[in-house]
Ligand binder design. Structure first.
Ligand SMILES: NC(=O)c1ccc[n+]([C@@H]2O[C@H](COP(=O)([O-])OP(=O)(O)OC[C@H]3O[C@@H](n4cnc5c(N)ncnc54)[C@H](OP(=O)(O)O)[C@@H]3O)[C@@H](O)[C@H]2O)c1
Length: 269
């Protein structure tokens, strides 16, 4: 039995598994011999990944095409979660949007709050009860370097990521005595579908893009390697340096700098 399966148990739940960082989490966790439940909206993507995972890693993969922005998230997932022992939960589903907050559709922003924050809160409350009883488990919240700093143009997205970060750090303290490892994973720019959905364009960084943007592979490798050893995980030297700089500067200055960076990133630039 692998380290992950032994330490956490036979099943993992990964939200946002149809693309990007979540899909990579699902592959890497399955590679360690842990069965996976794949959650996102796009059924075809989930089924394709489940079939690849079952063929390659000889584990079971269940799919749950569910909109995590909906009211009845926990009820909708009961059929796939009811009969399994979940030892690892990866709260990865999420999206961003860029532009002036008052020009945004409030219903899209409300849905973002539901997916980025409310769904993680409800799934964690539901699933981690069993981990606490068994005295073992792991929970990863995919926050962002954006969670450390406010910025114009991504005011609400950054607030949702700050929620994930602070929630995870508090829970880590609460659950440590019960043998449950909690991690706040804070990637910087990572090449996924995120940029297209958020209205950001990596080409605005020209040749520097390759230096600035990570791959889901490296982000997930850092996360799984450090789970149980570190709570707040910022993959990449440049991202660590940026967060440290933001912490040292007066908040108003860091907000201005981060906003300028985000403005450079916006599609209309
Ligand atoms: N990429 C970056 O630069 C970056 C940096 C820092 C943090 N992050 C965080 O990393 C996480 C994963 O993002 P990513 O970069 O992998 O982006 P991505 O490639 O766009 O993947 C986002 C995932 O979230 C799922 N999702 C979105 N809305 C959903 C909904 N209403 N219900 C269920 N699932 C939903 C998507 O699936 P469906 O569309 O099929 O529903 C997809 O699987 C996010 O929380 C993001 O905030 C990303």
């Amino acid at each position: 039995m692998s380290r992950l399966a032994e330490r956490y148990g036979p099943w993992a739940v990964v939200t946002g598994a149809s693309a990007g960082i979540g899909a990579e989490f699902a592959r890497r966790i399955a590679e360690w011999g842990v069965n996976v439940v794949l959650i996102a909206r796009r059924r075809n993507r989930l089924e394709e990944l489940a079939s690849t995972i079952e063929d390659m890693y000889r584990v079971e993969a269940r799919v749950a095409p569910v909109d995590l922005g909906s009211r009845d998230v926990v009820e909708a997932l009961q059929p796939v979660l009811g009969d399994i022992e979940v030892g690892l939960l990866v709260n990865c589903a999420g999206y961003g949007s860029s532009g002036p907050f008052l020009d945004m559709d409030p219903s899209v922003q409300e849905s973002m709050l539901n997916v980025n924050c409310r769904a993680s809160l409800l799934l964690t409350h539901e699933i981690v009860q069993g981990m606490r009883e068994r005295g073992r488990g792991g929970v990863i919240f995919v926050s962002s370097v954006n969670g450390f700093c406010a910025s114009r143009g991504m005011a609400h997205y950054n607030a949702t990521k700050a929620y994930d970060l602070v929630f995870a750090e508090g829970l880590a303290e609460e659950l440590r005595p019960y043998g449950v490892d909690v991690q706040a994973l804070c990637p910087g720019g990572t090449l996924t579908e995120f940029q297209r959905v958020a209205g950001l364009d990596t080409r605005n960084f020209g040749p520097f893009a390759r230096l600035i943007f990570a791959t889901p592979t490296s982000v997930v490798a850092t996360s799984l390697r450090t789970l149980g050893h570190r709570v707040t995980v910022i993959p990449g030297f440049l991202n660590k340096l940026m967060v440290l700089t933001m912490k040292l500067l007066p908040r108003r200055v860091s907000t201005w700098i981060f906003g300028s960076l985000m403005a450079r990133f916006a599609t209309e630039h």
